[in-house]
Design a protein around this ligand. Structure first.
Ligand SMILES: C[S@@+](CC[C@H](N)C(=O)[O-])C[C@H]1O[C@@H](n2cnc3c(N)ncnc32)[C@H](O)[C@@H]1O
Length: 272
């Protein structure tokens, strides 16, 4: 079977990733949100594994993703606080190179339980294939400066040469930190974006991750191949296509086991 890019494939990543590797396919960015093993109902048992089985399949998937990356490629992998430590360990063991453990922070978390803190974040790991080269488009994901005062009054710092230097704000905004703050798709405010998928990610978050980690061409446009092997309701494809509508050249591929999520993803794409 041939896989063209910019499409959704209904199938099992545990099989398809091996086939893609054999066909010589490679990706600049694998940006994915796999089952966290929290017993969610995706219409299959993929989120209901014993811990040893979850870690076994996760290791296999990470090894395949590592081999599917281009030499300068990156793997961005969402997880949950329960298991992210195991997954980070697996990534080190597979020879990938640690770049950052990031946090997706949301203020609008919800909890029924009162005997533990409310969950307000999901971690996501960024590892690169190479220890030396990777893509991070720092200027594309700058955020507004918090303090107006800091922008108006001169700020001094000690340079590496020991000299006192005047700090000047970057006109494009402050450098983003590793805490990425976007609300979850809860409530009326997100009713238009939200589908029936139980763990749909916000487009704002995924779009910024694409902007941060997708390579660019000499014209400054995003041009790269992106894979999401656990595509769900299709957020990655939707975000890539919205960027492509602005003139970028992202080739993407989403794999999803369940027909119903593929249908929803196709519907979302057709609405763009
Ligand atoms: C956490 S959800 C992804 C949600 C997605 N990021 C979104 O915004 O809609 C994980 C998805 O992976 C799918 N899945 C589980 N095992 C799979 C496999 N072996 N191959 C392909 N998809 C799989 C599930 O059906 C589920 O829809």
């Amino acid at each position: 079977m041939q896989y063209s890019l910019c499409e959704i494939i209904r199938g099992n990543s545990d099989i398809l990733l091996k086939q893609m590797l054999q066909k010589g396919m490679r990706f600049d960015l694998i940006l994915t949100d796999p089952p966290y093993n929290l017993n969610k109902d995706f219409g299959n048992d993929s989120d209901k594994l014993s811990l040893p089985e979850f870690l076994r399949v996760t290791r296999k998937r990470i090894e395949l993703c590592r081999d599917l990356l281009t030499d300068h490629g990156s793997l961005v992998w969402f997880g949950i606080h329960h298991y992210i430590g195991f997954i980070q360990n697996i990534m080190y063991e597979t020879g990938l190179n640690y770049r950052r453990l990031n946090i997706w922070y949301y203020e609008n978390g919800f909890s029924r339980s009162k005997n533990a803190p409310l969950t307000q974040y999901e971690p996501f790991l960024w590892f690169s294939k190479s220890p030396h080269i990777w893509t991070y488009n720092v200027d594309d994901v700058r955020i507004p400066y918090k303090s107006e005062k800091r922008l108006k009054t001169p700020v001094y710092y000690k340079g590496s040469d020991g000299q006192r230097k005047l700090w000047k704000p970057n006109p494009m905004g402050a450098m983003r930190g590793d805490v990425w703050s976007y609300p979850t798709l809860a409530g009326k405010a997100f009713a238009k974006e939200k589908t029936s998928h139980p763990t749909q990610k916000p487009e704002a978050l995924i779009t910024d991750l694409i902007k941060a980690f997708c390579p660019k061409n000499e014209k400054g446009l995003y041009e790269g191949k992106i894979l999401d092997p656990f595509h769900g309701s299709g957020t990655l494809g939707v975000c890539c296509e919205k960027l492509n509508k602005q003139g970028h050249h992202i080739e993407w591929l989403g794999i999803e086991l369940e027909e119903k999520w593929c249908k929803i993803a196709k519907q979302r794409l057709s609405n763009i």
